[in-house]
Design a protein around this ligand. Structure first.
Ligand code: 13P
Length: 291
C-alpha cells in the first residue's frame, strides 16, 4: 500500500529502527526490492534519483513505482532522491510521489536555506514531505551515482560533516521533515573502511529535537556500524551501490558459466532480480532489527 515517508519515519522512531530506502532505476531493482520487503513483512521506501535520469526518466519509472507501491502488501513510500531542480521536484509531486528530497547542499548555506524553504512551502501545500541535506556528502570515485563526482581525498573529511547547531537552525528556518547528514559515509563503493562519527549523529539528534536523520551512502557499511548509527538516531538509510554491484556480479557469473552458444536475456533478468532481492533482504533485516 502507498504511504508517506513521514508515517514510516514516525513508526521507525517509535521502534528505534531505520527504514530502508532503495534506488530503483530499472524493473529488476524495483521488483527485487518490493519482493524483499514483502518476504520480510517490513515497510520500505523506493526512490528515483535525479542523476538516474540518464538510465530512465521519472516520467517512465515514476508511474510504475507508484503502481508497485499501491499493489504491495507492505507499506511502501515513493520518494524523489537528490532532487536538484524545482522542475524535477514538481514532476515527482504530480506523479504521486509521497516525498521529495531537495538537495542544495553544495550551494551556500544561505542559498540552501532560501531554496529549501520555498520547496517546503510548495510540497507541504499538497501534503508531500521534504528531506534536505546539510553538510557535504562526497562520492567515492568508484560507482557513485546519486551524489556528486568528487575526489576520494574528501573521504572522511570532518570539515564537510554536518554541524549540530547549524542543523537545528536549518530545520527551524526551512521547516523540513527530515535531514540528510554528513558523518563519514560516501556515495559509491568504499575505498577504505568508513570511519563514522556516531557522536555527531547523537549530538545532531539532541539539538534537532529528534528530527528524523537520514544516512546517505548507506550501502557497504558493516552490520555493526548500521546498528550503532540507528541507535544514535538514523531513521532512514539510503542504499544503492552494493545492490547494484550484487546484480552486476551475479550477471557476470551467469555469463561466465553459460555453456550454451546463446544466452537469452530473460535468464539474466530473473537472475539479477533475485540477486538484488537477496542483497536487500540482508540490509532490511539489520535496519528492522530482525537479526
Ligand atoms: P550508495 O549508492 O552509496 O549506497 O548511496 C545511496 C544513496 O545515498 C542514495 O541517495
Amino acid at each position: 500500500m502507498l504511504v508517506t515517508v513521514k508515517e514510516l519515519l514516525v513508526e521507525a522512531e517509535k521502534k528505534q529502527q531505520a527504514v530502508g530506502a532503495f534506488n530503483v532505476p530499472n524493473l529488476e531493482s524495483l521488483r527485487g526490492v518490493i519482493q524483499a520487503a514483502e518476504e520480510l513483512g517490513v515497510p520500505v521506501i523506493i526512490q528515483h534519483a535525479e542523476v538516474h535520469e540518464n538510465l530512465i526518466s521519472i516520467e517512465e519509472i515514476g508511474p510504475v513505482m507508484v503502481e508497485f507501491a499501491k499493489r504491495a502488501n507492505i507499506p511502501v513510500a515513493v520518494h524523489l532522491d537528490h532532487g536538484a531542480t524545482l522542475e524535477e521536484c514538481v514532476k515527482a509531486v504530480r506523479l504521486g510521489f509521497t516525498s521529495i528530497m531537495y538537495d542544495a547542499s553544495l550551494k551556500s548555506y544561505e542559498t540552501n536555506v532560501k531554496e529549501t524553504t520555498e520547496l517546503v512551502k510548495i510540497a507541504h501545500s499538497v501534503g508531500v514531505s521534504v528531506e534536505a541535506e546539510l553538510g557535504e556528502m562526497t562520492n567515492s570515485t568508484v560507482g557513485g551515482g546519486e551524489g556528486r563526482a568528487s575526489d576520494a581525498s574528501d573521504f572522511g573529511n570532518v570539515d564537510l560533516f554536518t554541524n549540530p547547531q547549524q542543523a537545528n537552525e536549518f530545520i527551524q528556518n526551512t521547516g523540513v521533515d527530515s535531514l540528510a547528514i554528513s558523518f563519514g559515509t560516501v556515495h559509491g563503493k568504499y575505498l577504505a573502511e568508513p570511519n563514522l562519527d556516531f557522536e555527531r549523529i547523537e549530538s545532531i539528534r539532541k539539538t534537532t529535537s529528534k528530527t528524523p536523520l537520514v544516512m546517505h551512502g548507506g550501502s557497504g557499511v558493516s552490520a555493526a556500524d548500521y546498528r550503532k548509527a540507528i541507535a544514535a538516531g538514523i531513521r532512514k538509510i539510503n542504499y544503492y551501490t552494493y545492490m547494484n554491484l550484487a546484480a552486476g556480479e551475479s550477471a557476470k557469473k551467469v555469463l561466465i558459466n553459460s555453456q550454451q552458444d546463446e544466452l537469452f536475456f530473460d535468464e539474466l533478468s530473473l537472475d539479477v532480480t533475485s540477486a538484488i532481492k537477496e542483497n536487500v533482504i540482508e540490509a532490511l533485516k539489520i535496519f528492522n532489527g530482525l537479526n
